[in-house]
Write a protein that binds this ligand. Structure first.
Ligand code: NAD
Length: 456
């Protein structure tokens, strides 16, 4: 089938690459010319500068110019298209409601082109972006205003987790299609033929509104699990050293009704989706006249959790004023270079507010994204941030370290700490990454971890 993917970020590039693997002719379009030029080179480094996901660059390299094409213009590729995916950003606006400006901009370019097309075959426009309930129906109205012939709309929300994007696109837990017209269901069954009768993948067809709502409910439930473990179980274990959080987690999640997902406590969840999706759901519920106490708490607990380790250390009399702090881990989770809404961002702001003299950062993938975000032109205080090629280098000359991402290499950080810095020294472990923390404490280091009492 001929497919156009509009927006080639995490979701769009992954979807375009995997659709092309399944034999479709895929045209991936983006307004960002530099990004498209980078993808067109087929060079791994260039591709990963924008989206760094396991296997993704290799698929792009392999499919490029065979059945995967990148472009900055929609007009030349519009004839004969059967399915168009919208994968553009839908961030939170200032008031928390979804900002649909990129989405509407893409539609306003697409609709007139579709209205003028010579080919009269059915085309379905599919919302893969996460959009509020009712957006597919509004899209149908816009297309009607432009008098686009033989067009359908569908909602097909994306559930892929970053760091595992390719794997989860090839083997999703479910494929969810919301549409009104049987022709559109049929086109998407053809597109996703590998999943329709799969024994382990649920292929669900429903209304556009149900599909749109499902994405928000699923993300908010996952977010609730994270805030529950961080805000209840971890806090309880911080009150009594005889409560061992890891064993508590095993005991609780042994119940087949309770998922272990979210039970690995942390200094908060980040990423481009959870925060903005829960805020959008809160707005949608309130607009519908509902109260949102549970979701309000889930969001607030997570925001507080991002810098809570600093406050716990301060309650023990530790000050960060004038200190040099190493921040290891900038990405919002391991295996990605994405720092959007990461806890590390909140930590950097909180440390700068506390008057630290320097922040020495290290991350195996995300340094460049952080460099782009924290430019001294935006805030002169950002000149206090330096970027280092290893955890050991970041630790040099520091008075404290904060571990903010669950990169597996940090499990061996105790040794690096002992070799590089001497007590008095404060270790803030936002991911419970140090299995031998007790030895560090015996050697005189202060250790404060999410879900454990303060140790010194
Ligand atoms: P992204 O920021 O990584 O990429 C978006 C891309 O769209 C960029 O390349 C940008 O240049 C392009 N773009 C913006 N406006 C455009 C326009 N008018 N026309 C063409 N291209 C345009 O975003 P993402 O993380 O891929 O997210 C896309 C959507 O998918 C969002 O709605 C998001 O909520 C949803 N989603 C994201 C994830 C995730 O893990 N990142 C998971 C599930 C769903």
């Amino acid at each position: 089938m001929k497919v156009i993917v509009i927006g080639t970020g995490f979701v769009g590039l992954t979807h375009a690459a995997v659709c092309s693997e399944y034999g479709h002719e895929v045209y991936a379009y983006d307004i960002d010319r530099e990004r498209i030029a980078a993808y067109q080179t087929g060079q791994r480094q260039e591709i990963e500068r924008y989206v760094n996901e396991p296997e993704l660059a290799a698929i792009v390299q392999e499919r490029l110019a065979r059945s995967l094409f990148f472009c900055n213009e929609l007009a030349p590729i519009i004839e004969g298209v059967e399915v168009i995916f919208l994968c553009v950003p839908t961030p939170a606006g200032l008031d928390g409601a979804t900002d649909l400006s990129s989405y509407l901009a893409a539609v306003s370019v697409l609709a007139p082109l579709l209205a003028q097309r010579r080919d009269a075959g059915r085309v379905v426009i599919v919302n893969k972006s996460t959009v509020p309930v009712g957006t597919a129906r509004s899209l149908a109205q816009i297309l009607q205003e432009y008098q686009v012939p033989n067009v359908g709309v569908a909602s097909n929300p994306e559930f892929l987790p970053e760091g595992d994007a390719v794997e989860k696109s090839r083997r999703p837990d479910r494929v969810l299609i919301g549409a009104d017209d049987q022709q559109d269901f049929q086109l998407l069954r053809l597109l996703y033929s590998q999943f329709v009768h799969h024994v382990r993948i649920r292929y669900i067809e429903t209304t556009p509104e149900t599909a749109e709502a499902s994405k928000y409910v699923a993300n908010s439930l996952l977010f609730t699990a994270i805030s529950f473990w961080n805000g209840v179980a971890a806090r309880l274990a911080e009150t009594d050293e005889k409560i061992r959080l890891d064993e508590l987690r095993m005991a609780v999640t042994a119940d087949s009704r309770i998922s272990p997902w979210g039970s690995y406590v942390s200094n908060g969840a980040g990423g481009s989706c959870f925060g903005k999706d829960i805020q959008s759901l809160i707005r949608q519920l309130r607009t519908g006249g509902q109260q949102t106490p549970l979701l309000d708490s889930v969001y607030a607990i997570n925001e507080e959790q991002k810098t809570y380790l600093l406050e716990r250390a301060e309650q023990q009399g530790i000050s960060f004023q004038g200190k040099t702090v190493a921040l290891v881990g900038l990405a919002f989770k391991q295996r990605t270079n994405d720092i959007r809404d990461a806890s590390s961002l909140a930590l950097i702001e909180a440390l700068l507010q506390r008057g630290v003299s320097a922040i020495r950062t290290y991350d195996p993938m995300a340094l460049n994204n952080a460099r782009r975000m924290f430019t001294p032109e935006k805030n002169p205080l950002y000149s206090k941030i330096s970027y280092h090629e290893s955890a050991q280098e970041a630790l040099q000359g520091s008075h404290a370290v904060c571990i903010s991402t669950d990169w597996q290499e940090f499990r061996g950080l105790s040794r690096t700490i002992r070799q590089t810095v001497s007590p008095p020294y404060v270790i803030l472990d936002g991911r419970r990454m140090l299995p031998d923390a007790a030895e560090l404490v015996r050697a005189g280091y202060d250790y404060v971890a999410v879900g454990s009492v303060y140790l010194q």
